[in-house]
Design a protein around this ligand. Sequence first.
Ligand code: PGA
Length: 253
Amino acid sequence: MARDLIVIGNWKMYKTSREASNYIEHLLSKIEGCKASVFLAVPFTSISSAAASARQAKLEVGAQNMNDARDGAFTGEIAALMLKEAGATFVLLGHSERRRIFGESDAFIHRKVLRALADDLRPVLCVGETLDERSGGETEEVLKRQIETALADVPEEKAGEVILAYEPVWAIGTGKNATPEMAQEVHAFCRACLADLFGKRKAGQISILYGGSVKPENVRSLVSEKDIDGVLVGGAALDPETLAEIIQQCEGI
Ligand code: PGA
């Protein structure tokens, strides 16, 4: 695989800052010598302690959301610069839980992507179709719209900062994962969308991760596919032992 292998753990709304430090200590003891890039998307209040615990290790700490404005009167929101100063290096954007539960639109996610890039945070753009959309044969149309809208106006020289995560909504937290062949087909389609936006060479450098019920038992066959450059893990990432196992499986240890 020409691209780096990336494993992202998404803690969602779990773990206090104290729990974050214990988790990271445990995880690091299990993945010494691993070559994959490991990212943890943690709750806002755990970013500082997680980043401090991750220091000197090859572990990136990031957030799960942010606002698109630089600053302003937006009660309860958080800005990219605040995340950055707390120790975040990346941010998940457009996760299906944000889209579905909090009504985030493609246009809003687009503005967030531009803000993250402007303020030096790596955006991890999450896209994916619902079960109804898949049954209705709309998967490609939905993904094309999500990708093209979110990444419009991203300058080609910044495109390499973006990480794309394909997460079929029907596979998130359900125990049902896409088969490796099914995921590969969609990843190849996503890469073609990226090529339309940034050219084939650039598209070949962008990592596309798979997410949705990833576990130690299914990760190896997923990352063996040509266009699957790593995984975004929710539930199974809550236990550092299981995440370490996923990382080891990915590397074929
Ligand atoms: P899951 O979640 O691994 O629990 O399916 C993935 C995600 O929400 O990113």
